[in-house]
Design a protein around this ligand. Structure first.
Ligand code: PHE
Length: 355
């Protein structure tokens, strides 16, 4: 019997026995591996006498195809039986009750930040962020806040080292510095985030939220500031008219500086924004001080503009009728379920961020 026939008969027999995947792989490499029986026969073709060569090659190809076909159908068979076995064993009981499904809620502060960001993005502001742990320079010095300024006092500021070089930022204003240091004017940004001061009562928490605004360009003046804030407050509270007043104030990093109050009244135990004769302070603002611009290498004779800092928590309390600031940060699920927002509800004035 020729070698080819012997190989064929031997392996046909082997392939008839009960085999698992690794047996088959073993057979495959015995036949078709680098030095496998069939592979070596192919190498021999060149040495066969010319007259027999054609027939030898054709027989060899037929045997190769036959064996390969059997091997691949065996592999298929085994794989199918593994799947079938699994299907038999792992039945799904569709009558079982479902697992409880809990959908989280969006915290009112997060919701308010989203709303604020979308309102400002409508008029061309982009959103910047800065770290909660700041250095003394960005939080105070660069913002034209002298060494002896009361805001630096231990009572207000959480310092993180003895030398008072690292601290928890006391406002979002250091993001003004970070933004202006990394780019060239014009700047038109808002920066929402957490801020910290050593203070705690019904309207103050040691951690609270602000949103900073900064608009620097050629020819920006105080009327732009007024227009921008007026637009924002109307959009935020969803009212057509708003009573707003600018009260002279002082911040080291703006000149002139102002605090802004909005008018409100209480009707049937509810706060109504934009009417009445009561005033509520909601933000600090002003024209950016030339010294601040010089500190970030912006020429104040060419560029100027305004900045503002809004207390976010206060706005959220007013809009959503929450009367104790501390509840925001107590992580009470019942409270969150009541005041939180459905994650699939898009804010009413959300029209997509500009960035
Ligand atoms: N950073 C000020 C504060 O926290 C607010 C402010 C920001 C005032 C920007 C003027 C300009 O009180």
């Amino acid at each position: 019997m020729s070698d080819l026939k012997k190989i064929k008969n031997e392996y046909l027999l082997k392939l008839k026995s009960k085999l698992n995947l690794s047996d088959i792989n073993q057979i495959k490499s015995e036949l078709f591996g680098k030095n496998g029986l069939v592979s070596s026969q192919f190498k021999k073709i060149g040495t066969i006498a010319q007259s027999d060569r054609k027939k030898f090659a054709s027989d060899l190809n037929i045997i190769k195809d036959e064996l390969q076909n059997i091997i691949s159908s065996k592999i298929n068979e085994i794989e199918n039986s593994v799947i079938n076995e699994k299907l038999e064993k792992e039945q799904i009981d569709v009558t079982l009750p479902e697992r409880p499904f809990v959908r989280g809620k969006i915290h009112p502060v997060s919701q308010t930040i989203d709303e604020i960001s979308s309102i400002f993005s409508e008029i061309g502001f982009s959103v910047e962020e800065g770290p909660d742990v700041e250095n003394e320079y960005n939080n105070f010095t660069a913002l034209n806040t002298p060494d002896n300024h009361p805001a630096r006092d231990m009572h207000d500021t959480f310092y993180l080292d003895e030398k008072k070089q690292r601290l928890l930022r006391t406002h979002t204003s250091p993001v003004q510095i970070r933004t202006m240091l990394k780019d060239r004017p014009p700047f038109k940004i808002i920066a929402p985030g957490r801020t910290y001061r050593s203070d705690s009562d019904q309207t103050h928490a040691p951690m609270f939220h602000q949103v900073e605004g900064l608009h620097i360009d050629k020819n920006i003046n105080m009327s732009h500031l007024k227009g921008c804030l007026n637009y924002f407050i109307k959009e935020f509270f969803e009212v057509k008219k708003i009573k707003m007043r600018f009260r002279p104030s002082h911040f080291p990093f703006t000149e002139p500086s102002a605090e802004v109050d909005i008018g409100y009244e209480i009707k049937d135990g509810k706060i109504i924004i934009g009417e009445g004769d009561k005033w509520l302070e909601i933000l600090g603002c002003g024209m950016v001080h030339p010294n601040v611009l010089r500190n970030v290498k912006v020429d104040p004779t060419k560029f100027q503009g305004y900045a503002f800092g809004i207390g976010i928590d206060r706005l959220a309390m007013l809009k959503y009728g929450i009367n104790d600031l501390r509840a925001f940060f107590e992580c009470d699920y019942r409270w969150l379920n009541h005041f939180g927002f459905d994650p699939l509800d898009v804010p009413t004035n959300y029209r997509g961020l500009s960035r």
